[in-house]
Ligand binder design. Structure first.
Ligand code: AMP
Ligand code: GLY
Length: 439
């Protein structure tokens, strides 16, 4: 029976990918988005309601008889939109404002990890210049420095040069970086391979989605500045069943218990950004939402009833048998403005994108506008080409074969997403350290 009427809040690639995945289920009557984007609007009704306007979102839910809201981005979560919708009786998948502090405050997340015994990098928070300087002396290069608070992707600096580290510390202490006020978090540099594991949580229990990887650097071979993500792949061969079990038991479950003890049960997606070292796994960061672009690669290999799972989590009674892991793999490659991330030029024309869909390959839209017969970049990340295949290598080959048929100008993509099965050419943190600004 088609009974779910789902509203997805947000307007990026992650939200289009969620809509596309949920809409294929028999139990889902309709998926709508607010605000969505122009590409998603080809397939779904999109409403121009701001993502943090809880009152307008609640009115939309009432008008459209929505019985499940899924919140995509961090800003509405940090603004308490999930609390406001739940108070109005709307089942909402997304943590409360208080629980979303696991993402919105790096220091809060550290405190929770320490109290729950979750393995993570040693860290200190400082509010004064002299003390921050002394911490830089103690920690030594490369320095990992984080603004405490949402910082629109500019909140982390990994610096090899002391001068760069000091500039970033000054930015944090002067309140120019991060919404967390005039403080800075300085932490131990971890080496290893990065991985993303996302958990669907109902406050007490969780289900893990397939492990994934995000390729954050702007240029091939992990050069250039950090971006929101130039591509992704799933699953990650490096993460086997026993490592996954360890992440569930030693990271996700203790955090759920700690949040529940504090009276802020975590109901939503817990994104674990992990560093897999030679002898252990440690947490780099938590996000309070689906990863973008990991979601684009993880959802195509997620089988079963995702809508029912999200609804059950939102209601606090997780249906942990609802989804399955499908065989095979998926790779997503971002098509971006030529100047992304630092100097957007605007207007990059991606020709042929509207003709690319086939059984293995599809397009996820983000910041793209239809102009004079082609999709045109209207922001940094315009769209993603997502391909599926029996292995990461096969999916990757299909993705690039599809991309090679595109024309136009003013856009580019990385050519090495998921090379080596997703782990191979992957940045070792040590090799990629200098100048990373992301988060
Ligand atoms: P975050 O937003 O905390 O994930 O940080 C953004 C990026 O900075 C991560 O994906 C890592 O590449 C890098 N990073 C963050 N924390 C550390 C750390 N403690 N050691 C090494 N690299 C880190
Ligand atoms: N892919 C990283 C993020 O969603 O923050």
């Amino acid at each position: 029976m088609s009974s779910l009427r789902i509203l997805i809040v947000g307007g990026g690639g992650r939200e289009h990918a969620l809509a596309r995945r949920l809409a294929r289920e028999d139990a889902v009557a309709e998926v709508i988005l607010a605000p969505g984007n122009e590409g998603a609007a080809r397939h779904f009704r999109c409403f121009s309601v701001a993502e943090s306007d809880a009152g307008a979102l609640a009115a939309l839910c009432a008008r459209e008889r929505v019985n499940l809201v899924v919140i995509g981005p961090e800003a509405p979560l940090a603004a308490g939109v999930a609390d406001a919708l739940r108070e109005r009786g709307v089942a909402t998948f997304g943590p409360s404002r208080e629980a979303a502090r696991l993402e919105s405050s790096k220091w809060f997340a550290k405190q929770i990890m320490i109290s729950a015994g979750v393995p993570t990098a040693r860290a200190e928070r400082h509010e004064r210049w002299t003390e921050a300087q002394q911490a830089l002396d103690r920690f030594r290069a490369p320095w990992v420095i984080k603004a405490d608070g949402l910082a629109a992707g500019k909140g982390v600096c990994v610096a090899r040069e002391r001068a760069e580290a000091e500039r970033f510390v000054a930015g944090c202490l002067e309140g120019r970086l991060g919404a967390g006020g005039r403080s800075v978090v300085i932490e131990e540099f971890l080496e290893g391979e990065e991985a993303t594991i996302m958990a669907i949580c109902d406050g007490m229990r969780h289900v893990l989605l397939a492990p994934a990887r995000d390729f954050k650097r702007a240029l091939d071979h992990d050069h250039g500045p950090n971006t929101g993500g130039m591509g992704s792949c799933a699953p990650l061969e490096r993460v086997d069943a026993s490592l996954e079990r360890e992440v569930g038991e030693r990271i996700v479950q203790p955090v759920l218990e700690a949040m529940s003890r504090r009276g802020s049960p975590y109901r939503g997606l817990l994104y674990c950004g992990l560093m897999i070292g030679s002898s252990d796994v440690r947490v780099l960061e938590f996000n309070a939402r689906f990863g973008d672009p990991e979601t684009q690669a993880v959802l195509p290999i997620t089988g079963g009833a995702l809508g029912a799972l999200l609804k059950s989590a939102a209601m606090g009674s997780l249906d942990d048998g609802a989804i399955t892991r499908e065989h095979g793999a998926a790779v997503a490659v971002a098509l971006v403005d030529e100047g992304y991330p630092d100097a957007l030029r605007g207007g990059g024309r991606i020709e042929g994108l509207d003709r690319m869909e086939d059984s293995d390959t599809h397009v996820i839209h983000a910041a793209a506008a239809w102009r004079d017969g082609a999709w045109t970049a209207s922001g940094g990340r315009a769209a993603y080409v997502v391909a599926e295949g029996p292995s990461v290598a096969a999916a990757r080959e299909r993705a690039y074969r599809a991309i090679d048929r595109l024309g136009g100008s003013g856009w580019r993509c990385r050519r090495d997403i998921a090379a080596g099965g997703g782990g191979g050419e992957a940045e070792s943190a040590a090799g990629a350290a200098s100048g990373a600004h992301g988060g």
